[in-house]
Design a protein around this ligand. Sequence first.
Ligand code: BYC
Ligand code: FE
Ligand code: FE
Length: 472
Amino acid sequence: MSINYSERIPNNVNLASDRTLQRALEHWQPRFIEWWNEMGPQFGGNDVYLRTAIGVDVEGWASYGRVKMPDYRWGIFLADQDPARTIGFGDLLGQPVWQQVPGEFRAQFRRLIVTQGDTEPASVEQQRLLGLTCPSLYDLRNLFQVNVEEGRHLWAMVYLLHAYFGRDGREEAEELLSRHSGDVDKPRILGTFNEPIDDWLSFFCFTYFTDRDGKYQLKSLAESAFDPLARTCRFMLTEEAHHMFVGETGLSRVVRRTLELMKEQNTDDPASIQCAGGIDFPLLQRYLNFWFTSSLDLFGSEVSSNAATTFANGIKGRPDEGLYTEHVCLDASYELTVPDDANSTRIEQVPLRNAMNEVARGAYVKDCEMGMKRWNMMIKRAGVNVVLTLPSTQFRRGIGSWANIPTDLQGRRISEAAYAEGLTLWLPSEPDRAHVKSLMQRVVTPGKMAGWIAPPDRGINNMPIAYEYVQL
Ligand code: BYC
Ligand code: FE
Ligand code: FE
């Protein structure tokens, strides 16, 4: 179905045929705009070269043009329905998928949809001041693109809440606008979404690591037996790819610029790179350590009865369930390394269904390694003897078996004191943050880049890099 743009809320769900639902969403819409104006990007009143979803066909689903952000057409788009689709995993394998939420699973679906929905506006709140210190107009446009699409992802979850959860759903939709990132009284639900994103290095780490958690969670939910949720998430994944592109290319450009500075200055001394206005590799590594470990917690506990239940009931599958040969997973077990009482580790066998969070986390970690490999290749080709690495999944965890267990970066158990001391070397320090902050000077001449980051390889949608992506 094509998207009807003449309606107040663009959609491909035939909203006009359900007046009650349409009215409820039109009632929520001004609250969303109010939230956007209050909590969304600063200085968003300019024309921005943005892509807007116009359909869900693989070919040509987006159109590009100049839009003032508050006039962006946030809409409701679900991937096309496959009438033959059946449940792909769990106890109900092979049964037809559901077009409504079964009463007995309502609470679990609601919790998952609310948790997913909460992250979307949270990220917009976290990033709201970054526009003031953009390294280029190209980057400013990408920031705003990510922001409007996270806004659309909020719409996607609010649609499900309104359409399938009645009064409870409408209340949850209100709550999604009343919790705020970092708020002491009403914070966002998941840890990472309350961390400040004060600088562009954090933004690139966040879009690399945390949006990638989004990719894996959406892949899991795209397997769901609740078909409207699956179809919603499938379309969100199409948009998500660009967010991770922003993260990966952003960090690549930092690496490239640092290599240039090292060559120009003929030094690998971090202090000299900082003096030259760059981001030295040890500092970059500390930022990677921070955001990777924070994002690992977003997968939940290694052993989780929630995960077992949602898998059994067809509510939430594994990312890319189709890649596995066996989809019931009733008798299989999974080997976990867990901390023991003797300051060491032991191997524990857990039922595979209970380990589904860890299965997803494992796939995620592999995906995170891909970018690292590319950056390390660039560094090696430049003849520099540095290797960027991902810390162990046991390091600095706040959730799960390894929560609050002191380890080094390799995941080896160490004393509390060694850990406290280690953290000062392993995570961004106050001077690191102050240095990064000092680099955050706004550059808005078309085609110009801040000194700490290299230009991108190409512009957006075949436009030149020097295109005026945002008209100030
Ligand atoms: N922080 O059994 P457990 C995205 C809670 S990102 C705080 O271990 P479960 C995006 C958990 O809620 C994708 N609390 O885990 C990215 C539970 O609490 P309750 C977001 C946490 O339930 C960038 C308790 O601990 N989508 O889209 O199996 C920009 C025990 O839970 C955390 C989703 O997360 C944490 N890190 O799995 C914009 C998908 N971790 O219920 C957007 C929906 C766990 O006992 N959510 N807890 O009070 C889920 O699938 C699951 O809720 C989780 C946790 C995977 C998050
Ligand atoms: Fe999103
Ligand atoms: Fe995203």
